[in-house]
Design a protein around this ligand. Sequence first.
Ligand code: ADE
Length: 228
Amino acid sequence: MKIAILGAMPEEIEPLLEKVEDIVRVDYANNTYYKATYKGIEIVIAYSKIGSAFSTLTATILLEKFGCDKLLFSGVAGAINEELEIGDLIYATKLCKHDLDITAFGHPHGFVPEGKVFIYPNEELTEIAKEVANSKDIELKGGVIATGDQFIHDNTKKEWIKETFNADAIEMEGYSVALVCDALNVPFFILRAISDSANSDASFDFDEFLEKSAKVSADFILEMVERV
Ligand code: ADE
């Protein structure tokens, strides 16, 4: 078995690279992939760069070129649900693309013909995450994660996403990664630690908490790898 671990930014994979062994760097298609092992398990780590276009490309390469048969995403997100605080961990129960809009043709937000508004992660991986959380006494919440090619830092926009998709957290890669894995029948799991609250303070909070929250997520993902 070979597990892909994907982040969007260098900060999201650096805590992983510090803990894995036998790293072999492979440069391919304008990106770097790190083949490695963790407790004897084969993994491939990469960061895609921000947004749905780059993350679609990187997820596809992890599965099609490197032959990964499971994918775990680790990174940070903005909170939409008021119960989520900076540093909290949330996994996607389902994912949507909040900025996909052909409502002009009578379709609902987030939908295009032959697509789906929501994509669902793998249940077995979700159960493994719950086991890790229980055994380590880590608080882990599940919720709807909304993806879009925008950094949200505005209460009006945030409220609209919350009302339209019942979203709990917001980020910029989850849905596109989910779409690739869903299409190729590869089990996937999307984990995020909160870095900001997608409000007017979001860009300051993001800069301040990115590294710390990214590490919270990465440490949890490595705990999962051992049990997958
Ligand atoms: N990732 C982390 N915070 C975010 C935000 N506020 N909007 C979009 N993506 C994010």
